[in-house]
Write a protein that binds this ligand. Sequence first.
Ligand code: ZN
Length: 321
Amino acid sequence: MKKYTHAWLAFMAIKRLENVKLSATDRKYADSLINWFMDHRDDVTQGAWYPDAVIMDMANSHVLKLTPSVDAKNKFKKLPTTYLNYKYGKASPLRQQSFTVDKDDNLPDRCESIAHSVIDHLKMQEMEDKGSSVSPTDNQVALLLFMLSHYIADAHMPFHCDSRRFSEGINLHGDIEGEWEDAIMDCYPPDTSNERFYYDRFGYPFKNPNSNPSHQFFLDKVDNELSGRKFIMSWGASNGNLWDFMSAICQYSYLLSYRFIPQGYDHTNVTAQNWRRPLGSISVEDFGVASISDAIDSIARAWFRVWRRYKKWEKKQRTKK
Ligand SMILES: [Zn+2]
């Protein structure tokens, strides 16, 4: 995904946490995360883009590429039942088959390790005296959280989870991500020289009242999908942690990719003319709505759970004192 898409997804994840129903204790945790985010929101664009701009581990850590296989023994995991990705994936004939995973790819590991780093940094910050030379700064923690949102979002771009080479040929991968970026930059025009959004009175990206109606329609669909969706705290079925959850996300992204561009097609025979038909059983619009709305839900869930884990630890430490 592209730069402002990543930044916008992070804002929408926070907005989702603000709007969903939570228990009284979880609401307190969520509100502290929201407040903290708002203090750092000017750096979201740069931070969420850091993995592409600076880290540049695109070939292995922004992807988990799967290939259909009849012989492999890999099994599909489950996702929270509210996910569009899950609904579309479950109906895919490829779900009856196994798959292989490209051996150098490690997106779920990357997410799990950053999640640990965030919690470690927060703990160190809490334990160290002010001015300590080993104490991490708030900016460092913010950067890690924004980077985490990048890797999570990338897992929701189905072509990051499909071993077919859609960045070649007509570059369908780049084209579709470009369309999402155009829609977001039109509906929420950023201040590009300062790499940030203009804000509305609630602190979220300011909405352009005169955007292209087709862009607006697309993002409204994402909005409607999420506002009608219950926020499930669990990682889904027996998934025990962010690693399991991200592995499952990548599996259903792969299935979604094949529902959009079915077997028999790859970068050599997808043309500028044929892919919009669509070639598969879901439209480019449904493909986009599923990818983007599920990405927002996932960033919200991962951030919240990481934050809550730290906050629970912090509470224990303070009662000890
Ligand atoms: Zn990326």
